[in-house]
Design a protein around this ligand. Structure first.
Ligand code: SF4
Length: 160
């Protein structure tokens, strides 16, 4: 590869999710990239200062843009600041490492690239991006999820 790839730490087996677990995800190509040192693992929520484990959180619908979005835990705590801090620092890490793309965990309020939960804590997905994905996309960094490894690899081939 000519450049590195940002990746959700939970996809590499790090137990950083809200429930203190990782994701069961193995892919031959991603494993190879990891062995070759091409991956930059990040967990935006932990980077933003949230603990492991932590309460699940969802983005609350808003009519405004990124700065108007609120992230609320199931128990009603406003964790927007931590999510935005995590997004900002993650973007800085992405830029410092000059990554060509990101492979982030689907459906997360930080890392989801196509869909997120709708804010009602009733398992309903809607089209939308997590807080970190919004920041990365604004900076022109393409974001794929763990079900889009083939698309990511097509993208990488076009870059090399
Ligand atoms: Fe994984 Fe992203 Fe959630 Fe961290 S914030 S646990 S990297 S999905």
């Amino acid at each position: 590869l000519t450049k590195k790839i940002l990746i959700s730490a939970c996809l590499l087996g790090e137990p950083v999710r809200y429930d203190g677990k990782s994701i069961s995800f193995t892919d031959r190509k991603i494993r190879y990239f990891q062995q070759q040192g091409y991956l930059v693992p990040v967990c935006p929520e932990v980077i933003g200062g949230l603990p492991i484990p932590r309460e699940p959180a969802e983005i609350i619908k808003s009519v405004g843009g990124f700065s108007d979005q609120k992230v609320i835990t199931k128990g009603g705590c406003d964790v927007t600041d931590a999510f935005q801090r995590g997004a900002k620092i993650t973007l800085e890490i992405a830029l410092q490492n000059n990554v060509m793309a990101a492979l982030l965990k689907s459906n997360s309020p930080s890392c989801g690239n196509l869909q997120i939960y709708d804010g009602s804590f009733s398992n309903q997905l809607i089209d939308g991006s997590g807080i970190t994905v919004t920041a990365l996309k604004k900076a022109g960094i393409p974001v794929f999820n763990e079900m889009q490894v083939d698309l990511l690899c097509d993208f990488i081939e076009r870059q090399d």
